[in-house]
Design a protein around this ligand. Structure first.
Ligand SMILES: Nc1nc2c(ncn2[C@@H]2O[C@H](COP(=O)(O)OP(=O)(O)OP(=O)(O)O)[C@@H](O)[C@H]2O)c(=O)[nH]1
Ligand SMILES: [Mg+2]
Length: 294
């Protein structure tokens, strides 16, 4: 008997939602960085095991938006949560529930949506702290299950998946058995470039960056990618390019290594940096860079 279900992965920024998705799938489809607000879109990750097909929906972290891009991200997270058959609430096991978690819990109660609480980053904390956080959450809501995990180390992720399996319902699968994501290859490529920017430059700069793939062709075992990196200020462009173009070169070779590993072919990567002032503050800017409400 085939079973399936849409399970949205929600929580505040930086708690490890995308790391968890990658860990479940055993491959990197969602970008990860130490900076909050890394994920901007809903990303489906599909895992098929035996008769079960899980469709996990990774979402942007929920926070107080400061611009139109932020509004888009939070709306995406909320609507994805509402679309799911079940929810995985990811939270840092070192912290008691705060405003974001309280808001999600309110939605769960009102909608009667089953939720598994994944308390992440157990590798960083002592047992007593973990027990304290579990108790604080248990006092707030009757979760379907509470699973302390380390997404980064892949610890207890199988246990989490066993709990998710109990929430699937009978029904036809939505995706082919061998499919792992709904993102087109060129979007993953753009995201990989953005990940390297998040990991290479600091402060506001990476948050104001959008990556657009202008050309993506494959021939004779070589993939040619030309991408434009849009940033918000001329001074940001200077930093992204760096002295003698060194920073951009570093971003490029870092991204190329990942792309070659993913595509298993040689990649020729050509990056250009451009300025588009305040694009994050306009609906038009968002649409131009592919941030469109579904
Ligand atoms: N120590 C530790 N770090 C982790 C763990 N899981 C994730 N991280 C780190 O936490 C940071 C954020 O991880 P992400 O997966 O990008 O977090 P996210 O919740 O998707 O963040 P947003 O997309 O910004 O909402 C990264 O530096 C991860 O390496 C874990 O189990 N242990
Ligand atoms: Mg993320």
């Amino acid at each position: 008997m085939k079973k399936t279900g849409f399970i949205s992965i929600v929580g505040r920024p930086n708690v490890g939602k995308s790391t968890l998705l990658n860990s479940i799938l055993g491959t990197q489809i969602a970008i990860v960085s130490a900076k909050p607000q890394t994920t901007r879109n809903r990303i489906a990750g599909i895992e098929t095991r035996g008769d079960d097909q899980f469709v996990f929906l990774d979402t942007p972290g929920i926070f107080k938006p400061q611009n139109t891009l932020g509004d888009f991200m939070v709306k995406t997270a909320n609507s994805t949560m509402q679309d799911g058959d079940a929810v995985i609430l990811v939270a840092d096991v070192g912290y008691a529930p705060g405003e974001v978690e309280e808001g999600i819990i309110r939605y769960l109660k009102q909608s009667d949506t089953p939720c598994i609480l994944a308390l992440n980053k157990v590798d960083l904390y002592r047992r007593e702290k973990i027990a304290e956080t579990i108790a604080a959450y248990a006092a707030k809501h009757d979760f379907f299950a509470v699973v302390p995990i380390s997404a980064k180390k892949g610890k207890y992720v199988d246990e989490l998946l066993d709990e998710c399996a109990k929430l699937l319902h009978e029904g036809d699968w939505f995706y082919d058995e061998d499919m792992i994501t709904d993102q087109p290859q060129r979007q993953i490529a753009a995201e990989i470039i953005r990940e390297k920017i998040l990991r290479t430059v600091d402060k506001e700069i990476p948050h104001g960056v959008a990556v657009v793939i202008e050309e993506y062709t494959e021939e004779d075992g070589l993939v040619r990618i030309r991408a434009e990196i849009f940033c918000e200020k001329a001074s940001h462009k200077g930093i992204l390019v760096g002295k003698n173009g060194e920073t951009l070169k570093r971003i490029g070779s870092y991204a190329r290594a990942d792309l070659e590993e993913m595509l298993e072919v040689q990649v020729y990567l050509n990056l250009w940096v451009k300025v588009k002032e305040n694009w994050r503050d306009s609906q038009r800017g968002l649409q131009n860079f592919g941030y469109i409400e579904e």
